[in-house]
Design a protein around this ligand. Structure first.
Ligand SMILES: *Cc1c(COP(=O)(O)O)cnc(C)c1O
Length: 377
């Protein structure tokens, strides 16, 4: 049996101290003991989200609460803007269309962050717009969006701002309350060091009012019902008990290190990954690289999917390829959650080996030296 290493932008690795918490005996959820854990988790999530709004935890993948945001805040034929600069922005548009919303798709070239001027023009010329659906870190292109700038215009125009921070939470600098974000959605399997299975959604006062006007169908993801339970440290349905016990453990580890200290750490890892790619003569795909994941353009002579396959099959290292149009052009290395600086060095060491195997030429060790300069220098 070969050791396997996970450096994909979700799922990401889970440390042993959290795996131990996950493996405890199952407890019943309608008990004071569980409610105490839930309360601790609910309070802790506010700190991780940097918000004073309630953060509801659901048992689903991240997409579940993206859908919850859409079907709880809007009504049939409401108009929303979906900022589409990658796979996950497109997902917003698809979900909103599936609920018969009128979706204005603002297309952004992949790898770029959205033009604030263009968004401003769209909002000015379509006064009926009720919400903007966007992404903190567009994982498919490894690009971070300027949510602060977007928040300035949505706040001024009284439009709901809904942000998918599924990969960005705990990774990217993000102050949703200060920036005027109404709803933040996230998931457990990226920066939170947990397995897949939990999803989070925060709800501002303005968003809470919007819940009352929505006429779209919902049952499992009824946020009014969820909020009512939340206030009693309870859940409407059976929660994912073990994952919540694990979440308590993850929250305390993140708090111990400090949210802002973690943002800085991942920013440095992103900087190191970008510099390492450059040392190999490879370009970063994103014009505004995220702290969570780095997308690198493969050499023209090599298919990125071959690099990914070789690393996984021969060296036990999982990274991600490209999606959509850039499927064979880019590969993506995650630096999130439990992944650390030393993992990055190991990753580039194996990447160098894979590139040599595939016939690409460069000076052995150059990328490793760059990482060490950035991290230790
Ligand atoms: C991973 C990811 C998702 C999808 O989350 P699931 O948990 O797979 O449903 C959505 N948005 C972004 C930005 C992501 O990185």
């Amino acid at each position: 049996m070969k050791r396997k290493v996970l450096m994909t932008p979700g799922p990401s690795p889970v440390p042993s101290f959290i795996r131990e918490a996950l493996s405890q005996e199952i407890m019943h959820h309608r008990t004071d003991a569980f409610r105490k854990i839930l309360k601790e988790v609910n309070d802790g999530l506010k700190e991780i989200f940097c918000t004073s709004n309630p953060v509801i935890t659901a048992a689903s993948s991240g997409t579940g609460v993206m859908e919850a945001a859409v079907c709880n805040l809007f009504s049939k034929e409401d108009t929303v803007v979906a900022i589409c600069g990658g796979k996950f922005g497109e997902r917003w548009a698809e979900i909103a269309k599936s609920y018969s919303l009128n979706v204005i798709q603002m297309n952004v070239p992949w790898g770029q962050s959205p033009s604030i001027e263009e968004l401003n023009n769209i909002l000015d010329s379509n006064k009926e717009i009720k919400g903007v659906l966007t992404t903190l870190c567009e994982t498919s292109t490894a690009t971070v969006y300027d949510i602060e700038a977007i928040g300035k215009i949505t706040k001024e125009k009284d439009v709901l701002l809904i942000v998918d921070a599924i990969s960005g939470l705990g990774q990217e600098v993000f102050y949703p309350d200060k920036w005027g974000v109404d709803v933040v959605v996230s998931g457990s399997q990226k920066g939170m060091m947990l397995p897949p299975g939990l999803a989070f959604i925060s709800i501002s006062v303005k968003a809470k009012q919007a819940l009352n006007n929505s006429d779209l169908p919902k049952y499992y993801f009824d946020l009014k019902k969820a909020l009512k339970s939340y206030e009693k440290d309870d859940t409407p349905f059976t929660p994912a008990v073990s994952l919540i016990v694990g979440l308590r453990c993850a929250i305390s580890a993140i708090k111990e290190e400090g949210i802002e200290a973690r943002w800085k750490k991942f920013a440095k890892m992103a900087q190191a990954a970008g510099a390492a790619a450059q040392a190999l003569g490879l370009e970063c795909f994103s014009k505004r690289p995220s702290n969570s994941v780095t997308a690198i353009c493969a050499p023209t002579s090599v298919k990125s999917s071959d690099i990914v396959k070789k690393l996984r099959n021969e060296y036990g290292l999982s990274i991600a390829g490209g999606q959509g149009d850039v499927k064979d052009k880019i590969f993506r290395i995650a630096h999130m959650g439990w992944i650390n600086e030393q993992d990055l060095i190991m990753c580039f060491s194996l990447l160098e080996k894979a590139l040599i195997d595939l016939g690409y030429k460069f000076k052995l060790g150059v990328s490793l030296a760059r990482i060490e300069e950035v991290i230790y220098g």
